[in-house]
Every structure is written in C-alpha cells, then in structure tokens.
Design a protein. Structure first.
Length: 424
C-alpha cells in the first residue's frame, strides 16, 4: 500500500483501492477477536456449536469490514448504508457458492469427455446469481436502507479520527507492524479527506459518446444532473453506465428537452432507477407510453415552454429555450458557458445574445451554423454526420472534439481552471 501511495499520496483517493484496503485491514485486525468472543458466548449451545462457529466467523468478518469501510463509503457516495451488515450475512455464502460453481463450470466445460458435468454447476451458479440480484433489489427497496451524510462533518471526523488513532496506538500498542498499520491507515484517511475536499468544488461535465443526440452529465460532490437532447435507448444505456462508474445513485435534476418514441423508454428507465428530485420536460404532447406513466402523479415534475432557468448547487445556472419544435440548452459555470444544440436546429431562430459560448455541443447537423461563436465544438454524432457538421462549423471553431469512436469528452471546471480529457 505504501508503494502505491507514497509517490502520489492522492492515489489513495481511488475508491476501489480504499474499500479493499479498509475491508482487509478490518478483518485482519479485529475479525479474530470478535469471533473468539462470539464463540465463548455460544459454547453452551452444544449440538449446534459447529454451525454457530461458522456463523460467528461470517458475523465477525462482516462487522469488521463494515466498520472499516463505512467512512470511505460515506465519503465517496455521501450516504451510509444501514443494511450493509444484513446484506453481507445474506449474500456472502451464496456469493462463494456462485464463484465456486462458476469456476467448476469453466473447468469441466473445457474437458471434452466430461464437459456435461459443467451443466449442473452452471445451473447452480445461475441460481446463486439470481438470488444475489433479488436480494440486492429487496434490500435496496427497504425504507431507510441508507441515510445521507454531511460531507463537511465527515471530512473533519475522518481527520480527527485518524490523528486520535495514531496517538492511541503509539501509546498503548506495541510492535512495529501494528504501529506501521496505524500510521498507514491514518495516512490514507487524511489524504483521502483532503483530496475529496480539494475536488468537491470542481464540476465534472461528461459529454457522452451516444451517437446522434446529445447527452450531458453534470457531477459535483456526488450530486448529479442529466441533460438530454435527443438520442435513443442506447443513449440512456450510456448515461446509466457513466453514472454508475461515478457511484451516483440519485439525480438532483433531469432535463428532457425532446420527447419521442426513441427517447421515451430510456428516459422512463432513468426516472425509475435514479429517482430525480426535479424533472423538467418539454411541454410537447407526450405519447401514451412508459415515460408518460413514469411522470404521472410524481412530485417535482415541471413542463417548460419558452425560456426556463434553474439554479443548481448555488452557482450552476441551467437555461432552456423552447423555440418552435427546438429546445436549446445552455448552462454557465463560473466564466464558462456551454450550449447544447438541438438536432437539426436552426441557429437563425436562436437570439443573438445566446449564440456566444465557450463550448458548443451538437448532436446533429445545424442550419445556419455560421451564426454560432464558440471556442470549442464537441460533436456527439455518428462519424458520417460528424464530417458534415465539421464542415458547417469550421468557421467558428478554435478547437474541435468528437465523441464518435473516440469516447466520452470529460471537462472539469474549477476555480483553478478548465481541464479536458477523453474517456474510453
């Protein structure tokens, strides 16, 4: 762990690394002690002693791992799970069964004479996998399955906890390995807290590689908003994958500027899975489909026409202008202005004051594109359309980015400046 973090201390901010390290550390330090105490309590049970010893081992590992990973989970996701211990108890043994059956399936499948033996093990792995998914869905549906955690309080608590732990260990514990473990843990917690503190003010703008149509995800400090302008079911699958890769479980804001059969199914799935606090939908007539049913009797749904403006997270201003059958979306972060153009939009219909931007995002070719003035153009479309759009926008661009076949364009805006990256 020290080899990974000493050259770059903020590498400790990797969520997977932190969770693995914390869970392993908790199990190594405390699982044996907890299990020994539980075994003493169940000594008198008699005939079921062996069964309870196995259960005690699972409980001890669960408690140890949960206690040590809870600060990292709360810091990363802004929530603390109340069902994590129960989920481990219900799912740890079936997960082991699934892995074992999957391993045996792969082994027997490649042995010609006895490859038929792979079938029962494959069936067992499938049953275990279905159980795990159903169990996860049931636990997630429980009321108060998780509670929000204030970021500022958590950061301060982590730093204080780390410092206090080092002092206690240095005074009361003996042995080089224990002291080194305590110092390493404190080192990780402090730099994770500081790293999160430095990064929480930055706004991440993900312009996704969704083919024709523009899908933009805004994330700040585990708060997220999604702006959709066209695109089909594939676009929403990309949005879902991007949100999951960032550990996002809920949306603060969802804007659907174009409603048709292609976008309806995916939009309804986003609403069902991410429960947006606020949904802004074009007031054009909704078809009798999944999206309309998802919006019925739901709080926080608003329909827009003309110009609408929303302020998110104190300084993020999102504007949408419905002009004829087109909806132009713009948002401003500090000094940076982004403009999301509708598919086939006519720039001549856009007011002169709205044509200046730092980033112009287009999901399809535009009419009268020469009227736009921007520093960057980001084309979110298939390659054939991108060539045509490049020619139309050639007179306004200083820099050009294309998502087609090149991955998502990720822009980070903070007080220190703007960074642009491509994510495959």
């Amino acid at each position: 762990m020290l080899v990974l973090t000493v050259p770059n201390p903020f590498a400790a901010g990797d969520t997977g690394l932190l969770l693995s390290f914390s869970a392993t550390l908790g199990i190594l330090l405390f699982s044996g002690r907890i299990q020994a105490r539980l075994n003493r309590w169940t000594e008198s049970i008699g005939v079921f002693k062996r069964l309870f010893r196995g259960l005690n081992s699972t409980i001890a590992a669960t408690v140890s791992a949960t206690v040590f990973t809870s600060p990292i989970v709360a810091l990363t996701f802004g929530e603390l799970s109340l069902v994590a211990p129960l989920s481990n108890l219900l799912m740890e043994f079936p997960a082991d069964i699934m892995l074992l059956c999957g391993f045996l399936t792969s082994i027997f499948y490649y042995i010609p004479v006895i490859n038929f033996l792979a079938m029962p093990f494959g069936l067992g792995a499938g049953i275990a996998a279905n159980y795990l998914m159903e169990c996860a869905a049931w636990l997630a549906s429980l009321p108060m399955a998780s509670i929000p955690v204030t970021q500022e309080v958590l950061l301060i608590s982590l730093i204080v906890f780390a410092a206090a732990s080092v002092v206690i260990v240095m005074i009361r514990w003996e042995g080089f390995r224990l002291r080194l473990t305590a110092c390493t843990t404190a080192f990780l917690l402090v730099f994770t807290a500081l790293g999160a503190g430095f990064e929480q003010e930055a706004l991440e703008i993900g312009v996704l590689n969704t083919g024709n149509g523009s899908s933009v995800v805004l994330i700040r400090d585990q708060q997220a908003a999604v702006l959709c302008s066209g695109g089909g079911n594939g676009a929403y699958s990309r949005i879902d994958a991007y949100l999951r890769s960032r550990g996002i479980g809920r949306l603060d804001y969802l804007l659907i500027s174009q409603v048709d059969k292609k976008t309806s199914s995916g939009a309804s799935r986003l609403i069902k899975e991410y429960h947006p606090e606020t949904i802004l939908v074009s007031d054009q007539k909704l078809p009798q489909d999944k999206l309309r049913r998802a919006l019925e009797n739901r709080a926080g749904v608003y329909y827009f026409s003309g110009r609408n403006q929303t302020v998110l997270w104190e300084n993020l201003v999102i504007s949408v202008l419905a002009n004829k059958s087109e909806s132009w979306i713009s948002f401003t972060v500090g000094q940076e202005k982004f403009l999301i153009c509708p598919a086939g939009g006519n720039v001549a219909d856009l007011p002169e004051t709205d044509r200046d931007c730092n980033f112009c995002i287009a999901g399809d070719t535009l009419e009268n594109a020469y009227g736009l003035r921007g520093d960057y153009t980001i084309l979110t479309m298939y390659q054939a359309e991108a060539v045509e759009a490049q020619e139309a926008l050639s007179n306004i661009k200083i820099h050009e980015l294309v998502t087609s076949k090149q991955g998502n364009v990720v822009i980070s805006v903070s007080e220190t400046g703007v960074t642009i990256d491509t994510e495959y």
